[in-house]
Design a protein around this ligand. Structure first.
Ligand code: MF3
Ligand code: CO
Length: 259
């Protein structure tokens, strides 16, 4: 069942989106050569609390960290550790914040200092595919229109789309209906998009082959071929017209409040 948000819920989703996007930016700016992923995670947790939010991921299905930090060949759900990031690494950061009972979910990929231009280009195409996908989040369109736009953008550039993990509805819970594949999965019925739907759109793109596996820690998703992967995500609202991006810093609550 796809829940259409009422106005007061949308207002809370904007605040959650404002906090999660601000913390994502702050965490991305915090990344520098020599820092450990645990330091990044702790910093992100402090910033979430500063704005009166809570990590939406910590404890979700026993997830052990504040945010997801995925380095190089790690695709998503990377766990913080003592590992120090180095010049040339790329780091995907995924921040989900609960604020006033609602969740904002967003992700970005950043290079540490700089990286191989071929990898930089993959990151740019992944971000572009996110915007192509959310550009299809129009009332009367179907979920699969988002999926197809992402897939054609990515595959036209010669990269692969990860199939095992998908975007999703988001609201009071991290994962709500519908699922939003980043490729056309051929299913006969794709939900029609309606104003009031709030969706997390999140392409995961590999430089090499699309295949992934989950490490022994039961969380970290890596590419099978060991080549790097990028991940971008926004939470959006389907409106009567163009979609509204909820995960933007302009939506940060003006007064930090007690949580
Ligand atoms: N944005 C990711 C997702 O939607 C983050 C979930 S991580 C988890 O799947 F730890 F919460 F599972
Ligand atoms: Co998500």
């Amino acid at each position: 069942m796809i829940h259409l948000k009422k106005d007061h819920e949308i207002a809370a989703m904007r605040l959650a989106g404002g906090v999660s996007s601000t913390v994502l930016r702050e965490a991305a700016a915090f990344v520098q050569p020599g820092i450990s992923t645990l330091e990044i995670d702790q910093y992100a947790g402090e910033r979430i609390s500063h704005y009166g939010g809570k990590s939406a991921f910590l404890g979700y299905r026993n997830y052990p960290c504040q945010i997801c930090i995925s380095v190089n060949e790690e695709v998503v759900h990377g766990l913080a550790s003592g590992r120090c990031v180095q010049f040339g690494d790329i780091i995907s950061l995924d921040v989900g914040v609960r604020y006033d009972g609602y969740i904002g979910d967003n992700a970005t990929t950043v290079a540490v200092g700089g990286c191989d231009p071929a990898v930089q280009r993959m990151m740019e195409v992944t971000e572009k595919s996110l915007y192509e996908g959310l550009g299809q989040a129009l009332p009367g369109n179907k979920v699969v229109d988002i999926s197809r736009a992402i897939q054609s953008c990515v595959e036209a550039s010669g990269y692969s789309i990860v199939r095992e993990f998908v975007g999703h509805g988001v609201g009071k819970k991290v994962h709500e209906d519908p699922q939003i594949a980043n490729f056309d999965d051929g299913s006969r019925r794709s939900p029609v998009l309606k104003p009031g739907m709030t969706l997390a759109i999140e392409p995961m793109v590999n430089l090499g082959q699309r295949h992934v596996e989950v490490l022994e820690d039961d969380w970290t998703v890596v590419t099978r071929d060991g080549l790097p992967s990028a991940h971008y995500e926004h939470t959006i609202l389907v409106t009567d017209g163009e979609p509204e991006i909820l995960t933007c810093p302009e939506n940060l609550p003006s007064e930090p409040r007690e949580s």
